[in-house]
Structure formats: C-alpha cells, structure tokens
Design a protein around this ligand. Structure first.
Ligand code: FES
Ligand code: FES
Length: 156
C-alpha cells in the first residue's frame, strides 16, 4: 500500500509519520499517536465526538484525511486540560453535571473552547446553536448548556 509522509503538531508535540491515503485524522491520532481523547461515534460527521481543532477551526476528524492536513496544528481534549489541571470548561462540565457517560465530552469540551473563543459571552440560544453539531445521548443538553453558561459567566 502506498504511504505518504506527513507532519502534524498535536497538542504542541511534533510528529512525523507515514500514512496511507485513506487514513483519517481521527484514526491516525488515536491509533498511531495513542491520543485517545477524541472518540469515534458515528463516523459520518454527525455526532461531534471526534472534534479536534485543526489550524484554529473545530472539525469532525472522522471526515478528514490525514494527508489533507499535512503540516497542521491540531488540538485535542488532551491539549486543553487533564485530570491534574482541568481547564475551566472541563471543571464546569464536572461541577454542573454536563457529563454522564462521558463519550461525548471530549468533543463537547473542544467545541466549547472554540465556540467561546469566537463568542465569549453567548446567550443560551447561541450556545444551543453553537454546539448543535455535538450530540449527547445522556444529559438532555440542559446541563451542558448550564456548564457553558457558567464558564461564560465566570469570564464576565
Ligand atoms: S465520529 Fe466524527 S462526527 Fe461522529
Ligand atoms: S454524557 Fe453520555 S453521550 Fe453525552
């Protein structure tokens, strides 16, 4: 199988690797780099569980070919915070019950960070619209919206 050399900077670390043309960014990051925060839910761009920031924009990484983002700067949930040092968004999700099973959470955290950078003081309606590409089967969304509002309010 033909492979292509690519370079990625993921969460500030540089990686050089060979990928097949069909390999998606999600599987390269999870399986090759062992960065497993981003989750594979639908594989069709509908659930947002695989969200990463690529060159400053949130993307559904299940739909992105790794060769297409050669040279990119990528941020996953691991680049936002960890158990020892939670980001305020992660802290708010924990404190306000925005997490239940947790499968959707890495995508929500990455998307929330990107969303709040664009709109630091959103209305509830703007939050619901801004995060509408991320699906959650557990929380009913109210607690997630509450979490995001709490972060926005803490920055006010
Ligand atoms: S796994 Fe990528 S959007 Fe669902
Ligand atoms: S917390 Fe379970 S899918 Fe969102």
């Amino acid at each position: 199988m033909k492979t292509y050399p690519i370079e990625l900077t993921v969460n500030g670390e540089k990686y050089s690797l060979e990928v097949e043309g069909r390999e998606r960014l999600l599987e390269v990051v999870r399986s090759r780099l062992n960065i497993t925060g981003p989750k594979e839910g639908c594989s069709t761009g509908d659930c947002g569980a695989c969200t990463m920031v690529v060159n400053g924009k949130p993307v559904t990484s299940c739909l992105v070919l790794a060769v297409a983002v050669n040279g990119a700067e990528v941020t996953t949930v691991e680049g936002i915070g960890n158990a020892a040092k939670l980001d305020p968004v992660q802290k708010a999700f924990v404190e306000h019950g925005g997490i239940q099973c947790g499968i959707c959470t890495p995508g929500f955290v990455v998307m929330t960070k990107a969303f709040l950078e664009e709109n630091p003081h959103p209305t509830e309606e703007e939050i619901r619209f801004g995060l509408s590409g991320n699906l959650c089967r557990c929380t009913g969304y109210a607690k997630i919206v509450e979490s995001v509002m709490a972060v926005a309010a803490s920055d006010a």
